[in-house]
Design a protein around this ligand. Structure first.
Ligand code: SF4
Length: 173
């Protein structure tokens, strides 16, 4: 037992080191996002996340936006529980046959003008699940998509960059 304790003190941790915190770049990106949101909407951006059939890998990255490191709300961005309060539908996964109607109804319930952001490779064209009998295809096959954010899954910083690009584009509203 003593030997074990001694070894555990000497042995380095087996976990991988955490990625370097690029907090300056993150703060800059978040501030730009907040400014763009206020310019386009006159207020902060409200996002409704819709899982249309993902493996939940994309959700883990999206949830990270709310953790203590990214802390999305400090930039005025927030996730909302109802599409009726949303400006952006952030849709993940291939759209499964079972989720098609739910996605269509969520889209219909979101007030105009609205943006749809398809997050992840599966949301683009079905990705890994493209040939499944349970899958309709990418998000654009069901509702109009304004922006695709590639990646499997896209990292939180890429999600933020995508949202910023969306707000700065001339096309949204
Ligand atoms: S893009 Fe990758 S992480 Fe996201 S739902 Fe598809 S397989 Fe999962």
């Amino acid at each position: 037992m003593r030997k074990l304790l001694f070894e555990s003190v000497l042995r380095p941790p087996v976990t991988e080191p955490a990625p370097a915190a690029d907090s300056e770049a993150l703060a800059e990106l978040g501030a730009a996002l907040e400014r763009a949101s206020r310019r386009r909407l006159g207020r902060s951006l409200a996002i409704r996340e819709v899982d249309a059939g993902s493996c939940n890998g994309c959700e883990l990255e999206i949830h990270a936006l709310n953790n203590a490191f990214y802390d999305l709300e400090r930039f005025g961005l927030r996730f909302v529980a109802s599409p009726r309060h949303a400006d952006v539908l952030l849709v993940t996964g291939p759209v499964t046959k079972n989720m098609r109607e739910a996605l269509e109804r969520t889209y219909a319930a979101t007030p105009d003008p609205k943006w749809v952001v398809a997050a992840g490779d599966c949301a683009l064209d079905g990705g890994l699940f493209a040939r499944s009998l349970a899958v309709e295809g990418g998000v654009a096959q069901v509702v109009p998509v304004d922006l695709h954010i590639r990646g499997c899954p896209p990292r939180p910083i890429e999600l933020l960059r995508g949202l910023l690009a969306l707000l700065e584009t001339e096309r949204g509203r």
